[in-house]
Design a binder for this molecule. Structure first.
Ligand code: SAM
Ligand code: SF4
Length: 328
């Protein structure tokens, strides 16, 4: 089995693929109220193009794929794509990141097609606030989606929450306490200065360190070692069935274990979330690139993967595309 390492000895075995930049929500920190002009459908990679890229990635050493967006569940025939990727020899894990609204409807088909894991984004447990944050989202649908995901065995359920000071941070403790009753993974993600400008400010950002401190005031927290923990650092309350993860894109602990390449919905290969450097795979594919050429471009992306990023909470990085465009 092949294995590819970058200049900094990181094994690159994970591809995060955005299949759409469109979304059925307008979360205030991610998108402006009237959305972002979407990429024309003709410029979105087809499922066949995505599968070809994944096959080439597998030759290099990619073993895990996460499907994201925008909202991945709004793209037609997602089970077909999952199935095609699952059929590629060498793929060990396929997951999705979703806002959960359409999960109830599709999760069985997705699991039948080979989906192994799901991360659900949920920034409030209160129906009214959830609707405010997402500009109209119905939290009941998310809860139903979570239940259905559990029912079909997509466990452990992972919930991603972005705490924002003065906005939803009064729910941090409540989210953490969920792990005392259920085997969920509750993961707190540092608010990043990208996406919608309406909400971001330095004061609203909460570091993982501060989050951990606050959660440890609920009850003592113990560090946990979890296999395939990805960018999260995990902790747990004593005897709790669930666990609590902290994901720190801003205060690092993130880059030195980064094992991924990102593919945007319009076919750009991005070696790093925070760098605007992109390799245009779509043009290469549509101009008749051979398999060798596609492989060369993937190797190039690994070669130029930066050691880390210099983004911090001091200023907004206006030049960065929003997460819905890159694939969160
Ligand atoms: N629509 C899907 C969802 O919401 O799960 C997938 C795409 S969304 C861009 C992926 C993740 O990015 C979500 O968990 C969202 O909370 C996160 N995200 C978006 N903008 C962010 C920001 N400025 N800071 C931190 N996380 C952000
Ligand atoms: Fe859509 Fe996800 Fe962005 Fe919310 S965070 S607007 S659900 S892409």
């Amino acid at each position: 089995m092949s294995l590819i390492k970058d200049k900094y000895e990181r094994v690159i075995d994970y591809m995060r693929i955005s299949i759409t930049d469109r979304c059925n929500l307008r979360c205030v920190y991610c998108m402006p109220a009237d959305g972002i002009k979407p990429v024309d459908f003709r410029n979105i990679l087809s499922y066949e193009e995505i599968v070809r890229i994944v096959k080439t990635g597998v030759k290099l050493g990619v073993r895990k794929v996460r499907i994201t967006g925008g909202e991945p569940l709004i793209r037609k025939n997602l089970p077909y794509l999952i199935k095609e990727i699952n059929n590629i020899d060498g793929i060990e894990d396929i997951s999705i990141t979703t806002n959960g609204l359409l999960l109830k409807q599709y999760v069985r088909q997705l699991v039948d097609a080979g989906l192994k894991r799901v991360n659900i984004s949920l920034d409030s447990l209160r129906p009214e606030r959830y609707s405010e944050i997402t500009r109209g989202g119905d939290i009941k649908k998310v809860f139903e989606g979570i239940q259905e995901a559990e029912a079909v065995g997509l466990t452990p359920i992972k919930i991603n929450m972005v705490p924002i000071r003065g906005f939803n941070d009064d729910e941090i403790e409540e989210f953490a306490k969920i792990t005392m009753k259920t085997a969920y993974h509750i993961r707190f993600i540092e608010f990043m200065p990208i996406g919608s400008r309406e909400i971001w400010s330095r004061e609203k950002y909460i570091s993982s360190e501060e989050l951990r401190q606050r959660v440890s005031e609920v009850a003592p927290l113990m560090p946990l070692k979890i296999r395939r923990s990805g960018p999260a650092r995990y902790y747990g309350f004593e005897n709790a069935p669930g666990c609590i993860g902290f994901i720190s894109p801003i205060t690092h602990h993130f880059c030195n274990t980064c094992n991924r390449l990102r593919l945007t919905s319009d076919g750009k290969l991005r070696p790093c979330l925070f760098s605007e450097t992109e390799i245009d795979l779509k043009s290469a594919l549509r101009n008749g690139a051979s398999d060798e050429e596609v492989e060369r471009l993937l190797r190039l992306a690994v070669e130029i993967k930066p050691e880390g990023h210099s983004i911090n909470h001091e200023k907004s990085f206006d030049h960065l595309k929003p997460m819905s465009k890159i694939g969160g």
